[in-house]
Design a protein around this ligand. Structure first.
Ligand SMILES: [Zn+2]
Length: 256
């Protein structure tokens, strides 16, 4: 009869008892892992949301280069036009001089004086021809700079459209993330409600200090967080699943 009350004779009872106790703790860890999973998703989404305005600014900064290119092209074009106008003014003033010389010429008394003035008029007309040649060359420059302005302006317009699209897409993404965040926060409240209060407190304290996982597996005696080798007793404790097991190096919660 004594053998009948020896628990060793009823291994299935032990098993069930162990499993029951184990299951309870496994589920304690599981609720915490579920919570951690939701918290890490929330953290990722918050980070992405936080980065969106900077990403939009970066998109818009792409325009600066194109605006500067257009500004430089316009300046060059204006300078080319001004150079042509300057030549035209010079030519006009020579024409004016020729007109005056012609008026004076009719009043001249001697043939010699007349010829001298005729020579002066011819020289001035040559100057005008030279100016006209120069003007033709400059006009080509004006046409080139006009085309560059046109191209730069089209480039800027294309870029503005592309940036507007990207900024809009990021706004859309922000909207999606906010919706996701709302749903995850509700999920988080539910998950947190299922975690043992003292475990939750410890977990939240750890999470506020760390950027990554705070509930980590103990694999072959090594902490899944800081990768330090822990004494065999720690592995034993995680197997026992009776209490919170904490890494003595990094403070993370361990499970196996
Ligand atoms: Zn550790």
């Amino acid at each position: 009869m004594s053998r009948r009350i020896d628990m060793g004779a009823f291994p299935h009872i032990w098993c069930r008892a162990n499993n029951k106790r184990g299951d309870f703790l496994v589920s304690k860890i599981e609720t915490l892992l579920t919570l951690q999973d939701v918290d890490l998703q929330i953290r990722d989404i918050e980070k992405e949301l936080e980065d969106i305005p900077a990403r939009q600014k970066l998109e818009e900064s792409r325009l600066q280069e194109h605006r500067e290119a257009l500004g430089a092209a316009e300046d060059k074009h204006k300078a080319a036009q001004a150079a042509v106008q300057q030549l035209e003014l010079e030519a006009e003033s020579i024409q004016e001089r020729i007109r005056k010389l012609r008026q004076q010429q009719v009043e001249l008394k001697t043939n010699k004086e007349f010829k001298t003035m005729e020579h002066e008029i011819e020289m001035a007309q040559k100057d005008i021809l030279l100016l006209e040649d120069k003007e033709l060359v400059l006009m080509e420059g004006v046409e080139t700079s006009r085309l560059i302005v046109k191209e730069s302006s089209a480039d800027l317009k294309d870029e503005e459209e592309a940036v507007a699209e990207d900024v809009k897409a990021l706004d859309g993404r922000a909207g999606e993330l906010k919706d996701e965040l709302g749903a995850l926060k509700a999920e988080r409240d539910k998950a947190a409600g299922e975690v043992d209060a003292s475990w939750l407190q410890h977990y939240e304290r750890l999470l506020s200090r760390r950027k990554d996982r705070v509930v980590v597996p103990l694999q072959e005696g090594i902490c899944g967080g800081c990768h330090m080798k822990l004494p065999p007793s720690v592995l034993h404790n995680t197997h026992r699943k009776t209490d919170m097991v904490v890494c003595e190096y990094c403070g993370r919660l361990l499970y196996s």
